[in-house]
Design a protein around this ligand. Structure first.
Ligand SMILES: Nc1ncnc2c1ncn2[C@@H]1O[C@H](COP(=O)(O)OP(=O)(O)OP(=O)(O)O)[C@@H](O)[C@H]1O
Length: 916
């Protein structure tokens, strides 16, 4: 695999999916709050409360891909997840995670409605197929090992969904393994079914609750992790790709989901960890943060490699199309846009095994062997061709000879030769001659010394020259680099100035921002405190009101019952009076009955009396017939009385009948009245009951409304409290940030300012130095030029001297010859001349000698030997003079600054250079 293939740096892929309307949304006749402009662009249409679209509503979002409501599970998988899975099979780390509001379709996307349904199964079951398909298509020498782990992050605890006993796992970091969950269950799998079984177990153990928004709302973030290790049995290489598929818990508004109690706590934790995820994304993308707060939540810690690390990552943002959720959809899309800017650096996780290295070593050894064999073959071939193979040392020498050493011009002067000549001359010359010769020798030595000095000077000068040349080139180079450095420094200085001013500006802005945020926070806090206070007041008022209303209700109920009781009492009273009346009437009736009975008895007694009377009358009548007439009158009276009594009886009977009738009608009336009363009473009772129930219902409704209101307010209070906590946290962080970051920034600024001052100083120093250097270089240039001139002069003089020396030598040679020949003649002539007369200074003695010669000349001893001698003497004088002149010239005439001094300086300089 090439290096390019092994590296994969790029942004996180972000795709957006909008789910279809659910049943209740369809029933409401909702119109989508999103519009799909093309395959990459989506627009959110925000509406006012009247349902009309808001003015200036251009909420456009661009993603790597936008999936509309009709998108199938397969389409999502092919575009969003399959490339990541394929990267994992190549040895990369890969992550696919779904983010969105509760009930927006995260679980549907990641797992699907059913893992067994071909159409509805989600990313996880589909991925399994791709992996096992790849394994079955892979060549035989590739060995695969697949491990599965499933965990959930619930209430900031990592729970192992494959082992219920592991309830609080720990995240660790390792150089080799990267970020990993310690002790998590890693189950080896060998086929698709194994994975599905584990998935089922994991789903069974996952925390799910029904909320107002979702029947099966995930209360945790679920992470499905798969590691795919591959061993190549041929080259023994190994690589491991890790895949993480994340079904996040949904962000939710507690007011909408109706969360309370435990569910509310869950919602708080979910929202908190999602906001930590948002913070990490912000820190990664704002381009300013040096610290990424991965450790603020378990979720971000586990996903550290996936967000901004070694992973190929796809984020699926899921949205609801309902206008009811438009603001949540908007914030989800904004989250996706921020995440899109994250850059990851994925690389193949290759493991270099010992076995692999051994194979590599064996390969290299084999190559080496082949190369050695080839060399031997080539050597044979060369020898066969008759060529000599260079030995190793020759080869080394050849290599060493690459350095060219400058050879110095040899001066034609040989001290050995001179010493030879000296000896010959010494053996042949007399003392005076020897003296002369000695003088000459001295002169020659002087000349040689001068020559030597000059030679040394020249060497020194040449060396100096080369050193100076080198120095000059160095200085020039240095000057150039300094100039460059200077330019860079100026540039840097300008940049630093810019940076500092920018930093200052940024700082000022930040300060302003911080102040603003601080102020805003304070305001918000005040507002929130006020709001909370007012809400508390409202809550208290509501509670008071509720209590009052409850009291009123109780009072009302009391009053109602009192009223009812009174009403019943009155009714009872009425009924009682009525009953009393009826009783009275009954009494009357009974009295009448009594009377009637009495009367009937009377009547009966009267009837018996009348029958007695009748009997008596009959007996009387019978007896009347027998007795007399006057008794007939009594009878008549009795008859009248009887008839009167009979009419009275009849009247009484009628009266009795009437009374009975009356009693019957009274009874009927009473019964009817009782019936009516009962009916009315029942009706009234039902009415009252209905009324009571209505009132009760009304109150219950009111209570429910008030409780709902109260709950909403409590929710609001909770939300506000969460917000307050968050803003407090934010403020605390800001404070930290302000204190720590600001301090470091201030430090940075001061160090930058110091640096700037130093740099400015340095810049000026450098400038003055470079100026000095320029002057120095000019001076050195001039010096070099002068020295060059002087060297040329010296060289000329040297060559002159050399010529002269050669001439002198030649003359000396010829002189020696003629001297030796003439000395013989002279000796013969001046045998009586004392030796001490000749022992004077060379010049004076030679002058005397010349005077003598001149005298002899004048004397006319004109022999050829004598002429020669004179000529030679003249020549010697000339030579002496020129030599003196030359030596005077050479020794006295100083080089610039004095010859000795220069030679001293140069030797000093040389010492210095040697030392350097
Ligand atoms: N693309 C879709 N097609 C058909 N039905 C869908 C789609 N997306 C989601 N649903 C349905 O919507 C409901 C909610 O979906 P899901 O449970 O996946 O939401 P979620 O985002 O996971 O919610 P939570 O965060 O509360 O767990 C489910 O009944 C699901 O079947």
């Amino acid at each position: 695999m090439s290096g390019k293939e092994q590296q994969g740096s790029g942004n996180i892929q972000v795709v957006c999916r909008v789910r279809p309307f659910n049943k209740s949304e369809l029933e409401m006749g909702s119109v989508p709050c999103v519009e799909f402009l093309d395959q990459q662009t989506i627009r959110v249409k925000l509406t006012n409360t009247d349902g009309k679209e808001k003015a200036d509503n251009k909420q456009l979002f661009n993603f790597d891909r936008v999936f509309n409501m009709e998108t199938t599970q397969e389409q999502i998988y092919e575009v969003a997840a399959k490339p990541v899975v394929q990267s994992v099979l190549e040895g990369f780390n890969g992550t696919v995670f779904a983010y969105g509001q509760t009930s927006s379709g995260k679980t549907f996307t990641m797992q699907g409605a059913s893992i067994d349904d071909e159409k509805l199964k989600g990313v996880i079951p589909r991925m399994v197929k791709t992996v096992f398909q790849h394994i079955s298509d892979a060549p035989d020498h590739i060995e695969f090992r697949i491990k599965i782990s499933i965990v959930e992050i619930y209430m900031e605890k990592i729970r192992d969904l494959l082992d219920n006993t592991k309830q609080n796992l720990v995240v660790r970091e390792d150089k080799q393994r990267g970020i990993y969950i310690q002790d998590v269950t890693e189950q080896y799998v060998s086929n698709e079914q194994d994975v599905f079984d584990l998935l089922r177990i994991g789903n069974q153990n996952r925390a799910v609750t029904a909320t107002n928004m979702n029947e099966g709302s995930s209360r945790s973030h679920m992470l499905f992790m798969m590691s795919v290790s591959q061993n190549n049995l041929n080259d023994l290489s190994a690589k491991t790709g890790k895949l993480i598929l994340v079904d996040l818990a949904g962000s939710e508004k507690v007011a909408k989901t109706g969360a309370e109690g435990r569910v509310l706590d869950e919602a708080k934790t979910i929202n908190q960890s999602l906001s930590s995820l948002g913070n990490v994304i912000n820190a990664l993308t704002d381009g300013k943060s040096s610290h990424i707060p991965y450790r603020n939540s378990k979720l971000t810690r586990v996903l550290q490699e996936s967000i901004g690390g070694n992973s190929k990552t796809t984020l699926i943002v899921t949205c609801s199309p309902s206008p009811f959720n438009d603001l949540e959809t908007l914030s989800t899309l904004r989250f996706g846009i921020r995440a899109k800017a994250i850059k990851n650096k994925a690389k193949v996780n290759r493991e270099v095994t010992v076995a692999e290295l051994q194979v590599l070593l064996a390969k290299i050894e084999k190559q080496l062997e082949e190369k050695t064999r080839r060399v031997a073959q080539l050597e044979d071939y060369i020898q066969q061709l008759g060529s000599q193979l260079p030995s190793e040392t020759n080869l080394n020498q050849q290599e060493d000879q690459t350095q060219i050493i400058d050879s110095q011009e040899e001066i034609p002067q040989n001290p050995a030769q001179i010493s030879n000549i000296e000896e010959i001359v010494r053996s042949k010359l007399s003392d005076e001659d020897l003296k002369m010769q000695h003088n000459l020798q001295e002169q020659i030595t002087q000349l040689q010394e001068v020559l030597e000095i000059e030679k040394n000077n020249v060497t020194v000068q040449t060396e100096k020259l080369s050193i100076l040349r080198k120095e000059f080139t160095k200085i020039t180079a240095k000057c150039m680099t300094l100039e460059k450095e200077n330019e860079n420094l100026v540039q840097r200085l300008a940049n630093l100035n810019l940076q500092v001013s920018e930093e200052k500006l940024v700082n000022e802005n930040k300060d302003k921002e911080i102040d603003q945020i601080h102020e805003e926070n304070l305001k918000q806090r005040e507002e929130m405190a006020k709001e909370i206070e007012s809400l508390k007041q409202i809550k208290d008022n509501l509670l008071l009101k509720l209590e009052e209303q409850m009291e009123q209700l109780e009072e009302y109920e009391k009053k109602d019952s009192q009223k009812k009781a009174q009403f019943f009492l009155e009714e009872q009273k009425e009924a009682e009076t009525y009953i009393i009346e009826l009783k009275n009437e009954n009494k009357l009736l009974r009295e009448n009955q009594k009377k009637k009975d009495e009367f009937i008895q009377q009547l009966m007694s009267m009837e018996s009396l009348s029958s007695d009377v009748k009997q008596f009358i009959n007996t009387f009548n019978q007896s009347q017939v027998e007795v007399n007439e006057p008794e007939g009158e009594i009878f008549q009276d009795l008859k009248k009385k009887i008839s009167f009594l009979e009419t009275q009886l009849l009247g009484e009977k009628r009266y009795g009948h009437d009374l009975q009738k009356q009693i019957r009608s009274f009874r009927k009336e009473k019964e009817n009245m009782m019936q009516e009363f009962k009916q009315e009473l029942e009706k009234e009772q039902i009415k009252q009951q209905k009324k009571v129930e209505e009132v009760k219902l009304e109150y219950e409704k009111k209570i429910i409304k008030l409780t709902e209101d109260l709950q909403n307010r409590v929710d609001k209070v909770v939300e506000l409290e969460i917000k307050l906590d968050e803003s407090r946290e934010r403020e605390a962080k800001l404070q930290d940030f302000i204190t720590s970051d600001e301090k470091t920034r201030m430090k940075k600024i001061t160090t930058l300012e110091n640096n700037m001052q130093d740099l400015t100083k340095m810049y000026y120093e450098q400038q003055s130095q470079s100026q000095n250097w320029k002057v120095d270089s000019q001076v050195t240039d001039n010096k070099i030029q002068r020295k060059n001139e002087r060297i040329i002069e010296l060289e000329n003089e040297l060559s002159k001297t050399k010529d002269e020396l050669i001439q002198t030598k030649a003359k000396l040679e010829s002189l020696k010859k003629s001297f030796s020949s003439s000395i013989g003649i002279e000796r013969l002539k001046n045998l009586g001349t004392p030796m001490n007369q000749q022992a004077r200074s060379p010049i004076s003695s030679s002058n005397n000698f010349s005077q003598k010669l001149q005298a002899e000349e004048q004397e006319g001893n004109n022999q050829s030997g004598k002429d020669n001698f004179t000529q030679n003497l003249m020549q010697i004088q000339e030579l002496n003079f020129s030599n003196n002149l030359l030596s005077a010239n050479k020794v006295v005439k100083p080089l610039r600054g004095g010859n000795q001094k220069t030679s001293q300086t140069s030797s000093f300089q040389l010492e210095e250079l040697k030392f350097n």
